[in-house]
Design a protein around this ligand. Structure first.
Ligand SMILES: [Zn+2]
Ligand SMILES: [Zn+2]
Length: 382
């Protein structure tokens, strides 16, 4: 089934390193998108540019089957300074491929090249090159613009390189695989006054202390015991000197969850507890609860398909737990059944985590990523 891809790898490594040297931030991926579109056209694919602002879609059809599959790679870099000193390090100050999206782009282009020449499938393959994964919701933008109406898919898959897994291992799981990431900001407001006259001044500091304790009871007391979530208070700001009770104290934190019902309950509990603690102490509470990406939830059949495909090209692993980080592929999985897959890229000499200034995508796993994409297509469109 799988045709040899050895001749594709050297040019792909060069392509990956060129993208690495020229990183572009979310919704600014013009050079990257241009290079992708140019390669896809050269392979004879139908190409659509400007999908979700800077996204690119390539379409490859073969045979008369109505079946279809989507494969996603994200294209954007991170707004941090690279510290690798590699010969192909970023030439753009303050912009760096610290999450390996350069590798994702190269692996998906390699799959397009292989599938365009072997055509061992029947149906339609959609190659989705997505902008702005790092916080700006490029996938949300593409879906909002009717991605799956324009390019319908029975299944959609995305790979992300995963430094915590050894190179050669491919892991996924049915159900939640990445968390929803929310932020809350609470402002306790009183009057402020002399610290020696507490009878005249509501104490926002004491209320903040009570509130932090109460917030930490939400996960244990307000959600179903078989559910799971994290709530962490990460900042408290209040007061300027030793003899003044401050007028305001600000509290900030993060919530991670895997289930919309759990997420709703946590938000409601934060609002209720903040209002209650503030009222008890004669203060007012303003609560701002901001939901970023929702949980990334794999379809059970799609996850099994991914594990079956993975076993034909590498070591397939049923991941025991989801990760607490988040991913905007979640929006594609809301619109289409599919699965998010971790491609191990750990190195024997030690691994640098994602989003670290010393990180670099491991080119040794490019071939495996290409083979996995091809196997997903050849199985689904057999
Ligand atoms: Zn990232
Ligand atoms: Zn990433």
């Amino acid at each position: 089934m799988t045709h040899d891809i050895a001749d594709l790898i050297d040019p792909l490594v060069a392509f990956r390193r060129d993208i690495h040297a020229h990183p572009e931030l979310g919704f600014d991926e013009r050079r990257t998108a241009g290079r992708i579109a140019e390669r896809l056209r050269a392979l004879g694919l139908e190409v659509h540019e400007g999908v979700g602002r800077t996204g690119v879609v390539g379409v490859l059809r073969h045979g008369g089957s109505a079946r279809s599959i989507g494969l996603r790679a994200d294209m954007d870099a991170l707004p941090i300074e690279e510290r690798t000193n590699l010969p192909y390090a970023s030439r753009t100050p303050g912009s760096f491929h610290g999450c390996g999206h350069d590798g994702h782009v190269a692996m998906l282009l390699g799959a397009a090249e292989q599938l365009a020449r072997t055509r061992a499938f029947h149906g339609t393959v959609h190659f989705f090159f997505q902008p702005a994964e790092e916080g700006l919701g490029g996938a949300r933008e593409m879906v909002k613009e009717g991605l799956f109406e324009r390019f319908p898919c029975d299944r959609v898959f995305a790979l992300h390189n995963w430094p915590d897994l050894p190179a050669g291992t491919i892991a996924t799981r049915p159900g939640p695989i990445m968390a929803a990431a929310d932020r809350f900001d609470i402002l306790l407001e009183g009057r402020g006054g002399h610290a020696a006259m507490p009878q005249d001044t509501p104490d926002a500091i004491l209320a903040a202390a009570l509130l932090v304790t109460q917030l930490n009871s939400i996960v244990s007391r307000r959600i179903v015991p078989t559910g799971s979530a994290v709530l962490s208070v990460t900042q408290i700001h209040g007061g300027d000197t030793h003899n003044v009770l401050p007028a305001t104290v600000a509290i900030t934190g993060t919530v991670r969850s895997f289930d919309a019902d759990v997420q709703d309950r946590i938000e409601a509990a934060i609002r209720q507890i903040a209002a209650g603690v503030a009222a008890t102490d004669g203060l007012a509470a303003q609560v701002d609860y901001h939901r970023n990406y929702p949980a990334t939830v794999n379809d059970a059949d799609a996850a099994q398909e991914a594990l079956d495909a993975a076993a034909t090209v590498g070591t397939a692993l049923l991941a025991p737990d989801p990760a607490l980080t988040s991913e905007d592929f979640a929006y594609m999985l809301h619109a289409c059944k599919g699965a998010y897959i971790w491609l191990g890229q750990g190195r024997a000499e030690g691994t640098v985590p994602l989003h670290n200034p010393h990180y670099d995508f491991n080119d040794d796993v490019l071939a495996l990523g290409v083979r996995l994409h091809v196997a997903l297509v050849e199985r689904h469109l057999a």
